[in-house]
Every structure is written in structure tokens, then in C-alpha cells.
Design a protein around this ligand. Structure first.
Ligand code: FDP
Length: 337
């Protein structure tokens, strides 16, 4: 009987709550189970993407698949799954998604719901057509106390990343993995398709202090600010004490997942087409930054911690640099010079 105990994500969340917050209502674990349920639905659809005609560019309204069902684009479907599964938890008052221009208010729970969930239902979706990993990213906030009478859903959503109570992602890769933090370290769970449960596979994830990989879209390098170009040249020249490889999938969750487990650095610097950076602060950079910091790495926008940025709008973009301690400190030296 030496086999490690089987621990599902639900069990893990409940045990953590019992340990850290005795007397907790269980509301938070109920909320997270809405996310795990939605991501199992999404994982199932992602696996079938080549079989039903739901992949690729919008096929236009009314197109039917072989079963005669109206075809839905995969990211629309993923968005619906999350909105459905979170909207009936009873404790989520507001959701905000990459897919919706405005935050989505849950009318039934608007008065008393205590949580706000922000997500990108299917990140890196341009990779779906070519069978490359995609992901779901989420960020959870408590609603601000003592709200003004005229509070809007957007007021609830626009909170800095330090206020997140939890964040995580699911990577739909060679296996489906759920990685989350409730600000007490980072844990990873792999979906066992036979029993439909996420089982702990990566407890207490810690980012190596230094890696040997950098991850950036080098096709944009000519328009990176000079300090970023000098930094990358330094890594290539062996100046950081080891030989670096470059790895870029172009799917943030997958690129970050590798960086989290193996160390190194991921960068999306300012470019000519995206002078403020391309990635979205609220549902890409914030959750990734919380995970990185909880795993003893760091995340910034070149000038400050991502988690301290005060969001001005739901879909605001930011520069993102995230990774191991050594690479991040070295980058900041170049940026200061
Ligand atoms: P995508 O456009 O495929 O949805 O922000 C979205 C994102 O992918 C990230 O997942 C990814 O890291 C980045 O954009 C890739 O951008 P580039 O193609 O400009 O490198």
C-alpha cells in the first residue's frame, strides 16, 4: 500500500480550506468546481475539434455539422460553457470574458454574490486548426466591500491583480492539466479521462531559479525596444552562464506552462504593431503573474509588477515578461541601463 493517495482537485481545495480557513463556508470550492466542470466540457470539445466542423475561422451563421447541429466556433462554445457553469453557482455576481465586450452581470446574484470571475475561455485559439495546445485562463476576485449605490459590473471587475483571491489555467495539451493558486502555492492536476476527474500530479510547483529557455516571437525583434534586443543577444551569447534555447508556441498558456515547470523567461515586449504590448492585463497577464509569483518566479511589464497595475479598462493590453528569478533580474538590469 505504498501508492500515493488519489487526490482530486475538489478534495485538495476543500482540505486546503479546512487547513487555512477553518469555518470557511465552502463557497469558494463550489465556485472552483464550476470552472473545473466547464473546462472538462471544453477539453472534450477541443479533443473533437477535428471531427466536428467547429474548428478554424467563423463558418458563418447556420452552418451545420454532420449531425445536422448548428456549428459553433470553439471559443464561443468555451465561453458559453464557462458562463453557464459559473452563472448558476449562486455566488458569482459578475463575469468578464475575452469574448464579451462588457462584463456579464448575473441578475439573480447581483445583489449578494461575493465573487467576480474574469476569464479567457480559449486562449491561443488561432492554434486550434493545427492541433497545437490551447488553454483557458481565469482570475477570481472578491467584490469590493461597501460599494457605491450606483456600482456597475465594470467597477467590480477593474481591480488590480494583487486583489485576486485565486487564479489558474487549464492547458489542453497532450493531456489536460488544471493549474491553480489560491495564494498558497501552485498545484497542478491532470485530467484522468477514464474517470473524468482532475487528479493531483504536480503538487507545490516551484519555478527553477534559472532555466535555459527564452520564449518570444522573434519575428517582431526588429521593433523591440533596444534593451530587450540587447538582453536577448546576451542570453544567446552565453552571457547568462549557460546556453539558451528558444521555444515559442504562440499559445500563452502552453508557453507559460513550460516556463513554470522548466524555468526561463517568456516575453511579449512592445512592438511596432502593439506599442503597449499585445497581451491582455485582466485575463492573461494578471492570472499568469499571480501563478508565477506564487511559484517563486516574477512577472512585470518592464517597469512595474503586473499585479500592481491599476486597470483602466476590461480589455486593456500590457507588455508581459514573466519567468525565473535569475532571468527576470537580468532583464531588469538591461531595462534600467
Ligand atoms: P492568439 O492570438 O492565438 O489568441 O493573446 C492571444 C495569443 O494567442 C496568446 O495566446 C499568444 O501568446 C499570443 O497571442 C501570440 O501572439 P503572436 O502571434 O503575436 O506571437
Amino acid at each position: 500500500m505504498n501508492a500515493p493517495p488519489i487526490m482530486t482537485v475538489q478534495q485538495h481545495i476543500l482540505e486546503e480550506q479546512r487547513r487555512l480557513r477553518p469555518g470557511a463556508s465552502g463557497e469558494f470550492s463550489w465556485l472552483l468546481s464550476g470552472i473545473t466542470l466547464a473546462t472538462k466540457i471544453i477539453a472534450d470539445q477541443v479533443r473533437r475539434a477535428g471531427l466536428v466542423d467547429i474548428l478554424g475561422a467563423e463558418l458563418g451563421g447556420g452552418v451545420k455539422n454532420v449531425q445536422g447541429e448548428v456549428v459553433q466556433k470553439l471559443d464561443v462554445l468555451a465561453n458559453h460553457a464557462l458562463i453557464q457553469c459559473l452563472g448558476n453557482r449562486g455566488n458569482v455576481a459578475v463575469m468578464a470574458s475575452e469574448e464579451n465586450e462588457e462584463p456579464v452581470m448575473v441578475p439573480r446574484d447581483w445583489q449578494h454574490g461575493s465573487y467576480v470571475v474574469v476569464f479567457d475561455p480559449l486562449d491561443g485559439s488561432s492554434n486550434i486548426d493545427v492541433n497545437v495546445s490551447v488553454g483557458t485562463i481565469f482570475s477570481i476576485f472578491r467584490r469590493k466591500p461597501n460599494p457605491p449605490k450606483d456600482r456597475t459590473p465594470l467597477d467590480d471587475v477593474l481591480q488590480p491583480g494583487v486583489e485576486q483571491v485565486a487564479a489558474g489555467y487549464v492547458v489542453y495539451g497532450s493531456s489536460t492539466m488544471f493549474v491553480y493558486t489560491a495564494k498558497n502555492g501552485v498545484n497542478g492536476f491532470t485530467l484522468d479521462p477514464a474517470i473524468g476527474a482532475y487528479l493531483i500530479s504536480h503538487p507545490n510547483i516551484t519555478m527553477p531559479e534559472q532555466g535555459s529557455t527564452y520564449s518570444v516571437n522573434e519575428a517582431n525583434a526588429d521593433s523591440f525596444p533596444p534593451a530587450y534586443r540587447r538582453y536577448l543577444a546576451h542570453l544567446r551569447s552565453g552571457g547568462a552562464g549557460r546556453q539558451y534555447s528558444s521555444r515559442y508556441i504562440g499559445s500563452l498558456v502552453a508557453d507559460f506552462h513550460r516556463t513554470l515547470l522548466k524555468g526561463g523567461i517568456f516575453l511579449y515586449p512592445p512592438t511596432r504593431t502593439h506599442p503597449k504590448g499585445k497581451l491582455r492585463l485582466m485575463y492573461e497577464a494578471n492570472p499568469i503573474a499571480l501563478l508565477a509569483e506564487q511559484a517563486k518566479g516574477a512577472a512585470g511589464d518592464g517597469t512595474q509588477r503586473i499585479l500592481e497595475k491599476k486597470p483602466q479598462s476590461l480589455h486593456e493590453r500590457t507588455t508581459l515578461v514573466v519567468g525565473s528569478k535569475v532571468e527576470m533580474e537580468m532583464l531588469h538590469q538591461f531595462l534600467r541601463e
